[in-house]
Design a protein around this ligand. Sequence first.
Ligand SMILES: Cc1cc2nc3c(=O)[nH]c(=O)nc-3n(C[C@H](O)[C@H](O)[C@H](O)COP(=O)(O)O)c2cc1C
Length: 236
Amino acid sequence: MSTQPDTRASALIIHAHPETDSFSTSQAHAAAESLRAQGYAVKFIDLYAKKWEPVLGRDEFEPFEGPFKPQREQWNAVKDGTLPADVRADLDAVFHADLLVLSFPLWWFSLPAILKGWLDRVFVMGGVSGGDLGAFEQAALTGRRAVVLATTGGSAAAFAPDGAFGDINDFLFHINRGMFEFVGYAALEPIITYGPAHLDDALRAEALHRVRDAFSNLHHRPLAASTRYRALAATS
Ligand SMILES: Cc1cc2nc3c(=O)[nH]c(=O)nc-3n(C[C@H](O)[C@H](O)[C@H](O)COP(=O)(O)O)c2cc1C
């Protein structure tokens, strides 16, 4: 048995789709395969499969008197080492990974609730940002990368800057800026398959090929559009 530390780059994929047979799940596995093929150690967490509890509530903390202030309790739990076991395990996985991938279908122009709840509970105050840490470049995950891997119902044209739905970058801004960059990650340009329900088998195979390709070329991938705010922050 090897006692050498694992020095490979590592990736954490957090996947949120209720159907194992969906296109979204296939593209998440395609991403994992592509990363493994380049030598990444990949941890794949399927939130529905592990029945993730998404609701951040008072009961997950040690008993305390007075009003419930979620961020204060998170910070106390970080300092006291009393985070719930499911949160602690996934937070450790976050810190172990150089690359975080959030994989999901776009629901209401946003994240499925189970994934939002993963962020509410795992990106803890005092653990990834805030508390003794700062935000953005002062936060704990600075120096790592994160990327959205999504599917949509609408077409690419509908999500273009002049499209009927609006610019996809506007809908993903709260993730890229408010979640990834806020806790220190460099947010990469999202990887999206538009309208897989309207694709036949050959076009789906092509779309999966594009996803694999994107993950094997991450080092060339530009930063997300939200990066313009990083530049502003640096000059203000
Ligand atoms: C609750 C819910 C909300 C949705 N909201 C949107 C939306 O805001 N924009 C959109 O383009 N598609 C929306 N869709 C469609 C899904 O994004 C689409 O079916 C999915 O990404 C296709 O991938 P899949 O076949 O792997 O599920 C929604 C679907 C559901 C179930």
